[in-house]
Design a protein around this ligand. Structure first.
Ligand code: SF4
Ligand code: FE
Length: 488
């Protein structure tokens, strides 16, 4: 079985015995939980579109391991064309779900580990790459959604992992046995945990020799003994529990989620261990995963397309579409969205082949892409709120709208452009609320800031990759500067 249908994917999750907590209680039925289900629907879209002829070219490809058709989310990029198709797929999924569809973290982990394990083996004579390829083959053949987990809790940011008061604040090795390793720790803000068959764990930063026990990467099933998740809250999340909730959700079909994932003395057999104390390679793995995921933030342009469309619709319903300042704001929103896209496209086309054969993006441009993403969705959201008007946050509830006496009052006073439906006007305002302030704001706004690394992480990479000395030399040559006359 290489490709699962949407239904097969959802059914396959029922077989997992996940340990999930929400609002202080264990969630017994994760798959059908109304708060979780929209996020599952978003991942399910990665299966659904792979079945449709129109999208097969983007959503599927041939495995370089077997030549079989696989979902692109389990693929190792073999060319710059693959890198470009990856982001086109992500923009498309952003447009179809208006949320985080979660499966990218695993894809980015696969690709980062593929080239890093190859280079580690070359230096140390280990066999991580072959192990990893076997694991990848299982992921492709089973069409798994695999989560990629990187962000440790980190405790006191001024202290390295081994100097923390509590060693568990960074995921670490407790014990190396003949047949595998025992690990303890946690990963924060973990996207898509509950909708993933498997998890791959990676270190969160470059590590010194003192921190060897923190240089660990491995894969486990999501219901492995000793692992559990606590679901993150989202603004307006309990609206999903309201009876008949639809309009008030803004986006009733889709969503994203993040968890705190805790591992308490989890055993990982050797064949699933891809790094064990090779601290020299922790930084490289982080750099590559982060680079791929910064390229992946093309997803926000797909969500941005929906938000721009919603703002334009709100202007239509308000009867304000012809106002020149509205038109100009919409143009600015599109300009910002396409600027993010341009960097993601550029870093893909400028990608190159690593020694392993896998293609890597241009890291400088991928970091510039993500740096723009830390800013522009905030501006796009500001324009959307401006165009929508205050009603987006002062609107009474759907229950009032459905009420036999209050409903007609709302229809009368919240009517917009002559000849348009008040209900449709309310729907689009709630969608904007959802994207800017509600459950999807996690994925569209704050995740744009912190997901794939906070802004400073990209600035460090930009300073490393930007080659300032070469730029200084260019200036010297143009200005005929004789360095022998300087003492700098
Ligand atoms: Fe994919 Fe974007 Fe979600 Fe990351 S934030 S998992 S790139 S949809
Ligand atoms: Fe993310």
């Amino acid at each position: 079985m290489a490709l699962m249908t949407r239904e097969e994917y959802i059914e396959s999750l029922r077989k997992l015995d996940l340990k999930v907590y929400m609002f202080g209680k264990r969630v017994e039925n994760v798959v059908d939980n109304p708060i979780i289900r929209p996020s599952m629907n978003s991942v399910a879209m990665t299966y659904e579109l792979a079945q449709q002829d129109e999208y097969k070219d983007l959503l599927t490809t041939k495995s370089h391991l077997t030549g079989e058709t696989v979902n692109r989310f389990t693929h190792i990029h073999q060319s710059t064309d693959d890198l470009v198709k990856k982001i086109k797929m992500q923009r498309l999924l952003g447009q179809k779900t208006a949320s985080c569809f979660q499966r990218c973290v695993g894809m980015d982990a696969f690709n980062a580990l593929y080239s890093t394990t190859y280079e580690m083996d070359k230096e140390y004579g280990t066999n991580y790459h072959e192990r990893f390829k076997k694991y990848l083959l299982m992921a492709q053949e089973n069409d798994w959604t695999v989560d990629g987990a990187m962000t440790d809790p980190k405790g006191d940011r001024g202290l390295s992992p081994s100097k923390q008061a509590d060693p568990d604040l960074f995921l670490h090795i407790n014990e190396v046995r003949e047949d595998g390793i025992i690990v303890t720790g946690a990963k924060c803000h973990q996207t898509g945990s509950l909708n993933s068959h498997e998890h791959i764990f990676m270190p969160t930063q470059a590590l010194s020799d003192d921190d060897k026990d923190y240089a660990v990467s491995f894969a486990v099933p999501s219901d492995v003994e000793g692992m559990f998740m606590i679901l993150g809250r989202q603004s307006c999340d309990t609206r999903k529990l309201e009876e008949g909730a639809d309009i008030d959700l803004g986006n009733s079909g889709f969503g994203g989620h993040e968890c705190l994932v805790v591992l308490d003395h989890v055993f990982v057999p050797n064949e699933r261990v891809f790094m064990c104390r090779e601290n020299k390679y922790a930084g490289l793995l982080v750099e590559r995963f982060a680079g791929y995921h910064r390229q992946s933030y093309a997803c926000k342009t797909g969500v941005g397309d929906v938000l721009i469309g919603a703002a334009a619709l709100a202007a239509d319903y308000n009867g304000a579409a012809k106002a020149s300042h509205i038109k100009d704001k919409l143009i600015e929103m599109m300009h910002l969205n396409e600027t993010m896209w341009a960097c993601s496209v550029a870093c893909s086309y400028e990608g190159y082949k690593t020694e392993s054969g896998a293609y890597l993006i241009d890291l400088l441009l991928a970091n510039v892409c993500k740096q723009n993403v830390t800013r522009f969705p905030y501006d796009i959201a500001r324009y959307a709120e401006d165009i929508a008007g205050g009603l987006m946050v002062t609107l009474p509830s759907e229950a009032d709208f459905r009420h036999p006496e209050l409903g007609p009052v709302m229809k009368k006073y919240y009517s917009g452009k002559v000849g348009t439906s008040t209900e449709n006007r309310l729907r689009v305002l709630r969608l904007i609320e959802n994207l800017c302030l509600g459950t999807a704001a996690v994925g569209y706004r704050t995740e744009s800031m912190h997901g794939a690394g906070s802004p400073q992480a990209q600035r460090i990479m930009i300073s490393r990759q930007g080659n300032l000395p070469a730029k200084k030399q260019m200036a010297r040559e143009i200005a005929h500067i004789d360095v022998s006359k300087d003492d700098i």
